[in-house]
Design a protein. Structure first.
Length: 275
């Protein structure tokens, strides 16, 4: 099979994006700053999440970091000396942050395609929230996670409390946010913060293989699965089953379902078309 590949202009060298075999590979590209979020990188990342989420050529999104870090979060060095922030009215700053959150991790959670984070190294603060907002996380053995906020006198943003509570429960979420400890990859896997840990040298290949397998999957059914899982977070059992029933019938009417049944009978791999 011939590899399909298309470079996407992100508007900045701090973020790279290409569509390869229906996978949108989004790379945070500030290795000298451990891929910390910046005034150039972050708006570009917001645009790429929305653009790739809407692009019919894309079946899955894979987010990773260049070099030896995933994302160090915000630029701590520039926080204390920003006098313009101090002069901005409280309500204006809150409104601005709410918009930024909704259009980054909020938009990522809302994507109806599988999303994967490949942790090449540390994921801290908002960088950890970015990873947790993805459906699946695969980490290199040398990767670490830390909430980091309490260590610099902050509380957390980009959905970190919501995401942690649902992934690891209230007690662990409190521990991770209060203590801001560095959690190594193996403990992250034990806690449920990451799904898989692989040797550093195998991360990029393993992550892309996982993303490709999802990108080749039945996109309509996968979108409905995400709907079911999101709905289950805030519904009771009977309501959740009602949601599942509706989406089960919807997916049973797709050409992809019929294709999968034929492939099962013919003992071959199905070829899904998103219909």
């Amino acid at each position: 099979m011939t590899e399909s590949r298309a470079e996407i202009d992100t508007g900045t060298s701090e973020l790279l994006c290409e569509i390869r075999d229906r996978v949108a590979l989004i790379t945070l590209n500030r290795p000298e700053a451990r891929n910390a979020l910046s005034d150039h990188l972050t708006p570009a990342l917001r645009r790429m999440i929305k653009q790739c989420g809407d692009d019919p050529r894309v079946g899955a999104l894979l987010i990773t970091g260049a070099g030896t870090a995933f994302c160090a979060g915000g630029d701590v060095k520039g926080m204390g000396g920003n006098s313009s922030n101090a002069e901005t009215p409280f309500e204006e700053r809150v409104a601005d942050l709410r918009t930024k959150q909704r259009t980054l991790t909020g938009a990522l959670v809302a994507v109806r395609k599988p999303t994967i984070a490949a942790l090449t190294g540390p994921a801290a603060g908002a960088g950890m929230a970015l990873a947790l907002a993805c459906d699946i996380r695969i980490a290199a053995e040398s990767a670490i996670m830390t909430t980091g906020y309490a260590r610099i006198g902050l509380t957390g943003d980009y959905g970190i409390a919501w995401l942690l509570t649902r992934l690891v429960g209230t007690s662990r979420a409190r521990e991770l946010l209060f203590l801001s400890e560095r959690i190594d990859a193996r403990r992250c896997e034990t806690l449920g913060l990451v799904n898989r840990v692989v040797p550093d040298s195998e991360l990029r290949k393993a992550a892309f293989a996982l993303a490709t397998s999802l990108a080749e999957g039945p996109s309509i059914a996968l979108a409905h699965i995400k709907d079911n899982l999101d709905h289950a977070v805030h519904s009771d059992f009977l309501d959740s089953m009602d949601q599942e029933a509706a989406n089960m019938v919807r997916s049973s009417r797709t050409a992809d379902h019929k294709q999968a049944v034929r492939a099962f009978i013919e003992k071959r791999k199905p070829v899904f078309a998103g219909r």
